[in-house]
Design a protein. Structure first.
Length: 203
């Protein structure tokens, strides 16, 4: 079949399930990059991120992870699969002491509500990751509580909607908003010493 960029994910999936190897390859080319970036920022390990991507796509190919196009976009589905695989890998480590300075794990009230950032401006994290502060941003992300990290990466880097993130993280939209606000505020605080940090804090 024609596997150009105009071919929809649903058409490619249908062809893949019919045995078309080029359809699977086209899906992989289309979604591997964003999925790997999400996994890498989420877990911090290139090796683990590559393994997560491979397992997600193999699960899609074998239908261990079955995508229903009526429930949303394939990319969001793959993010959800990757997140679950990462969480599964972290289960054995959850009893360990948190990283020094790791941010609070709950979604309770913030002591300083004025530190919350506006939610409707897009892209400050993506801009930071494109410049010389990229490594500092990655390190700051690694210190966020995982449930904050999920929503910050999905919203800022992949521009998913609140509804899509809520579905991926299995929480309601209000919780997504809260986690995004607090995650961005915590990230801005960690980056306060860098010259680009005001861009994030004022976004």
């Amino acid at each position: 079949m024609n596997t150009t960029s105009a071919t929809s994910d649903t058409e490619l999936l249908r062809a893949m399930r019919g045995g078309a190897a080029d359809a699977f390859a086209a899906l992989y080319r289309r979604h591997q990059g964003p999925l790997y970036r999400f996994a890498l920022l989420r877990c911090g390990s290139p090796g683990t991120a590559a393994d997560v991507v491979q397992e997600a796509f193999m699960g899609l190919l074998t239908e261990r992870f079955r995508f229903d196009p009526l429930r949303g976009q394939l990319q969001a589905f793959l993010f959800g699969v990757a997140r679950k695989l990462i969480l599964k890998g972290e289960e054995g480590r959850r009893r360990h002491v948190a990283l020094p300075g790791a941010d609070a794990q709950d979604d309770g009230p913030e002591e300083d509500p004025e530190s919350d950032l506006a939610l409707d401006e897009g892209g400050p994290l993506a801009r930071l990751l494109d410049n010389e502060a990229a490594e500092q941003v990655r390190r700051a992300l690694a210190h966020l509580a995982p449930h904050y990290r999920d929503v910050v990466i999905l919203y800022e880097m992949h521009e998913l909607s609140y509804a899509e993130i809520a579905d991926i993280c299995q929480v309601d939209i209000g919780t997504v908003r809260s986690r995004l606000s607090r995650g961005r505020a915590a990230l801005a605080k960690r980056l306060a010493g860098w010259r680009n940090a005001p861009d994030l804090a004022q976004a």
